[in-house]
Every structure is written in structure tokens, then in C-alpha cells.
Design a protein around this ligand. Structure first.
Ligand code: SF4
Length: 195
């Protein structure tokens, strides 16, 4: 989503759709899939004119593409009929769409609207708990703990920094602690084996 934003896909609608496409899907797939869809249609009005089958065909590489095609079509239609063709920067509105949970709502609002919301996925959850920065059993509890601990200026950035960090360095299985740049500051909570 941050990369899409840098490539000019900056609207809340585009960011929300991109987040939906990324659910349970590798980054290497999510980014080109979003761009393939946006090459055909990138506004709520344009996407609402596509059929669900056409959307499905464009996003076929994404996991759960059939369900996501319906959800994207519904979001586009509601954006047109209820919000004049442009999604409002309103968390409750985003959460009212099928398929959109707190992670995508917060991240899209953070990236597209600059609104201070923390998006906690499994990587942000794992890394901040291993650091010992928070102690929380679930991503939802980690979010609440970070909202207390983390200065607001880092609320959007933490996701952009820790998702790739969690994918490539502080991995779920055998994190790369021996070459980790923050080893000296990390309490390595729960790490029993590492590379
Ligand atoms: S030292 Fe290990 S556990 Fe701590 S952040 Fe780095 S990779 Fe993760």
C-alpha cells in the first residue's frame, strides 16, 4: 500500500481496495494485482460499472478473489450511491463494508488520509512483543497497548517499517537475530531458536 501510494494510487478507495487484495496474499502478487485492476478502473464510479465477474477476472491471482470481487464491487457501488463517488475518511464507514476489518481500515486511513491510526497485523504484533515493547496475547491487544505506549508521530510509520522487518528479519520461525540491527535493544521475548 505504501508502494502504491508512492506510485500515485493515493485515494482512500484505492488504498482500501489494495488492502483487501493483500489479505492472505503475498506482496509479490498483491501489488501487480491491484495495478492490473486499477489499469482498467480506479475510481468507485469506474469499478461500479464493471461486473463482479470482470473484477474477479482482473484480480484472479489474489487469494479469495471471488469473495473479494463482490466486496470491491459493493464498496464501489456504496461509494457512488451514498458518498458521491468518494469515500469519506471515516473509520466507521470503512468498517461497515463487508471484508474490511480494523487492520485495513486503519492502514487505509493512515496512508490515504494521514489519520493517526495504528495498523497491527501479525508482523507488527510479533515484533513489538519480541522486543518487549508491549506484552499482549493478540494483535487486538497489541493495538491497544501500542496506542498507549507509542508516540503518535509513529502510528502510521510503524506498519510500513515493521511489516517488511517481520517478513525478512524477525521472522515467525527462527528470526535472524545474529544479523539483526536492533539486537542490542531487543529482549527477544519468547525466542527459543534463531539464526
Ligand atoms: S533480535 Fe531477533 S527477536 Fe529481536 S527484533 Fe531482531 S530478529 Fe527479532
Amino acid at each position: 500500500m505504501f508502494e502504491l501510494y508512492e506510485r500515485g494510487y493515493t485515494s482512500l478507495f484505492e488504498q482500501l481496495v489494495a488492502c483487501l487484495l493483500s489479505i492472505r496474499t503475498f506482496d509479490e502478487i498483491s501489488l501487480p494485482t491491484a495495478m492490473a485492476l486499477f489499469a482498467q478502473a480506479r475510481t468507485p464510479e469506474a469499478i461500479s460499472r464493471l461486473t463482479v465477474a470482470q473484477i474477479d477476472n482482473l484480480i484472479r491471482a489474489s487469494t479469495f478473489h471471488e469473495r473479494k470481487a463482490e466486496q470491491i464491487h459493493q464498496i464501489a457501488q456504496r461509494a457512488v450511491t451514498e458518498y458521491g463517488g468518494q469515500l469519506p475518511c471515516d473509520r466507521d464507514v470503512l468498517l461497515s463494508f463487508a471484508g474490511v476489518g480494523p487492520k485495513c481500515a486503519n492502514l487505509a486511513l493512515g496512508v490515504a488520509c494521514g489519520e493517526p491510526f495504528i495498523s497491527v497485523d501479525i508482523h507488527v504484533h510479533r515484533v513489538t512483543n519480541r522486543w518487549g515493547y508491549v506484552v499482549a496475547p493478540t494483535p487486538e491487544r497489541t493495538l491497544a497497548a501500542l496506542e498507549t505506549e507509542l508516540p503518535k508521530e509513529y502510528w502510521i510509520e510503524i506498519n510500513r517499517l515493521l511489516v517488511p522487518f517481520g517478513k525478512h528479519i524477525c521472522t515467525g520461525h527462527q528470526p535472524r537475530c545474529s544479523t539483526c540491527p536492533v539486537l542490542e535493544m531487543c529482549r527477544q521475548v519468547g525466542v527459543t531458536a534463531h539464526r
